[in-house]
Design a protein around this ligand. Structure first.
Ligand SMILES: NC(=O)c1ccc[n+]([C@@H]2O[C@H](COP(=O)([O-])OP(=O)(O)OC[C@H]3O[C@@H](n4cnc5c(N)ncnc54)[C@H](O)[C@@H]3O)[C@@H](O)[C@H]2O)c1
Length: 350
């Protein structure tokens, strides 16, 4: 029996359902037998949401988390038991161009989502999905732990640090009683996987380049990041949401990153991608005068391993291979998702 069996028949509300991670979550939760309501902006073009016809497996409400009253009403009407908040402006470079939109979406959006949790008695478990970038980066080699200072550098990272603080305040101020829902935040690594079309992310950039027969341009080959397959963090979110549903004292902040050996630099990741892709794929270094990027970033996931019995299952090489397999697959996206989800979860005992 694995974690998916917990979700059979459960009512789950997912913000950001049309995004990259949100679409994977829709398919995992659908495979588990959950009833899913999604809330997000309309799916981008192209997007995994559209390619995999995810609109057929969830009830999608198209809306903006910056409009608090409408969002609260949507959640109250859906009466979910579990709410996972992923809707965000998630791109560092875009946050330099649109800091106000980034803070409005990521901070006030989170306030509105927490208001909805406060006003919806059916909810027993809530997770705000933030990021590995919430920590104050000290450029050191070891991983950040959940109790270390929060202070992201750029507007995206910093807005997510703020979203952490907002969640912490709501937990303390409004959700302290015995029958309160469990309120957590989850900080995952840099996620890769099939169906990501975002700009300024290394794997989508690799796929666009090789498809055009061009070399992959790597801006900062020495930057070390906690790369992981999208199913790794999803397994963490689902495990945490289920465990705290049953045992609310688990509520708090949680890291879900890869093991030490999968924290590699961007050059290494590009090289792994080229090997997995074949066809003489190649990468080159080309610095631009882009914004500040931290050199080292790792997460310490001892807490999730010890207290939730969560562990990474696919290392960085497997994560890259699965991503390439997805991009090259002749199967429809829906079938490819189903196959990789089955492979990932089969035999797991958490
Ligand atoms: N992809 C990663 O590497 C990564 C790493 C760590 C954390 N995260 C976090 O995971 C979450 C999902 O990221 P993703 O990569 O799937 O991003 P994505 O851009 O693919 O999806 C974002 C989703 O949020 C929705 N959204 C954006 N603004 C909205 C608004 N104002 N109102 C309603 N919905 C809105 C979009 O419609 C989309 O469904 C984000 O919170 C992100 O910060 C992502």
């Amino acid at each position: 029996m694995n974690i998916l069996s917990f979700y059979r028949g459960k009512k789950v509300f997912l913000t950001g359902a049309t995004g990259f991670k949100g679409t994977w979550l829709c398919h995992v939760l659908h495979a588990a037998g959950a009833q899913i309501t999604g809330y997000a902006l309309a799916a981008a073009e192209p997007s995994l949401f559209q390619e995999s016809a995810a609109g057929r497996i969830i009830k999608l409400i198209t809306g903006d988390v910056r409009s608090g009253a409408e969002f609260v009403q949507a959640v109250r009407t859906a009466k979910p038991e579990i709410l996972l908040h992923l809707a965000a402006q998630p791109l560092v470079r875009r946050s330099y161009h649109e800091p106000v939109l980034t803070y409005e979406t990521n901070v006030m959006g989170t306030v509105h989502v927490l208001e909805a949790v406060r006003q919806t008695p059916s909810i027993r478990s809530f997770i705000n999905i933030t990021t590995d970038k919430v920590y104050e980066n000290n450029e050191w080699h070891w991983g950040y732990r959940e109790n270390e200072p929060l202070n992201g550098f750029d507007p995206y990272s910093n807005s997510k640090s703020c979203a952490e603080l907002v969640t912490s305040s709501y937990r303390a101020a409004f959700f302290g009683s015995d029958n309160s829902p469990a309120i957590s935040t989850a900080r995952s690594g840099n996620v890769i996987g099939g169906g990501d079309y975002a700009h300024d992310r290394i794997i989508p950039d690799c796929i666009r380049a090789v498809r055009m027969g061009q070399p992959i341009v790597v801006r900062n080959p020495a930057s070390i990041r906690p790369y992981q397959h999208v199913l790794e963090c999803i397994s963490g979110y689902l495990l945490l949401a289920a465990r705290q549903y049953e045992n609310p004292v688990l509520a708090g902040a949680w890291n879900f990153g890869p093991n030490e050996e999968s924290c590699v630099d961007t050059g290494h990741l590009a090289a792994l991608f080229c090997t997995a892709w074949g066809e003489r794929a190649a990468w080159i270094i080309q610095a631009d005068d882009g914004p500040h990027e931290a050199r080292f970033l790792k997460l310490d996931c001892s807490k999730a391993k010890a207290e939730l019995n969560w562990k990474p299952r696919w290392n960085i090489q497997q994560a890259v291979e699965k991503t390439v397999e997805f991009a090259k697959s002749p199967l429809p996206a829906h079938d490819c998702l189903e196959q990789q989800i089955n492979t990932y979860f089969e035999g797991t005992d958490v």
